[in-house]
Design a binder for this molecule. Structure first.
Ligand SMILES: [Fe+2]
Length: 216
């Protein structure tokens, strides 16, 4: 059923967050700068698709099966999660970070409850990160049970547990590290990643009932 008088739709426009991540340990400024350009591309794609969809819907061009509208909508999962996961990744990093979650913190307790110990969680997270393929490793919290689980996410959107809160997001696409490391040195990149985690931010995400985002 098509509307008799289409109404214009004003699309949401997202802005890039200006992350300042100079001076990380084992992840160079040049690597981060290149990676932020890729992140900016996802923000641009999200805005572009939303504009096209808003225009089509606002003109009443969404009747029944509409191949172009469907194709654009199918792409949103990839582009949105490309934007969102990069924001979680970058905002979870900081220079001069502590190597582990502070002992006695709520985060350390939650990791120990779900994985036996912080060390066992970290070993499992690292192991998933070295699995074959490109994608993301994400520590998620089930907001209902508060249980924590590690997940592998392919292509930004495949494997995301609906409604779960991403706490720690690690990018293991090769573009995330190949300026600093060889393709065969992903393990060294993961070790560097662990030396730059903003544990306070990760704990903040744990303690809130919704995912924290710096950008909007
Ligand atoms: Fe990336």
């Amino acid at each position: 059923m098509s509307p008799s008088s289409p109404k214009p739709v004003v699309p949401k426009t997202y802005k890039e967050h200006p992350f300042d991540l100079h001076g990380l340990d084992g992840i160079s400024d040049a690597q981060i700068a290149e990676h932020l350009v890729l992140y900016a591309g996802y923000v641009k794609q999200v805005n572009g698709i939303n504009e096209q969809l808003a225009e089509m819907i606002g003109r009443g061009q969404a009747p029944g099966t509409h191949p172009e509208l469907a194709t654009l909508t199918h792409r949103l999962g990839f582009e949105y999660n490309g934007m969102l996961l990069h924001e979680h990744y970058f905002s979870g990093l900081r220079s001069q970070a502590e190597p582990h979650p502070p002992s006695g913190s709520a985060l350390a307790a939650a990791l120990a409850e779900s994985f036996g110990s912080v060390g066992q969680w970290q070993a499992a997270f690292h192991a998933v990160g070295e699995s074959r393929g490109v994608g993301w490793v994400i520590l998620f919290q089930d907001p209902t049970t508060h249980w924590l689980t590690n997940h592998w996410i392919s292509l930004h959107q495949e494997g995301v547990p609906a409604g779960f809160t991403p706490l720690l997001v690690m990018d293991v696409w090769e573009h995330a590290f190949m300026r600093d490391y060889k393709a065969t040195e992903r393990g060294a990149y993961i070790e560097a990643f662990f030396r730059n985690i903003d544990w306070r931010m990760i704990e903040q995400r744990l303690l809130t009932t919704r995912a924290l985002r710096l950008a909007s």
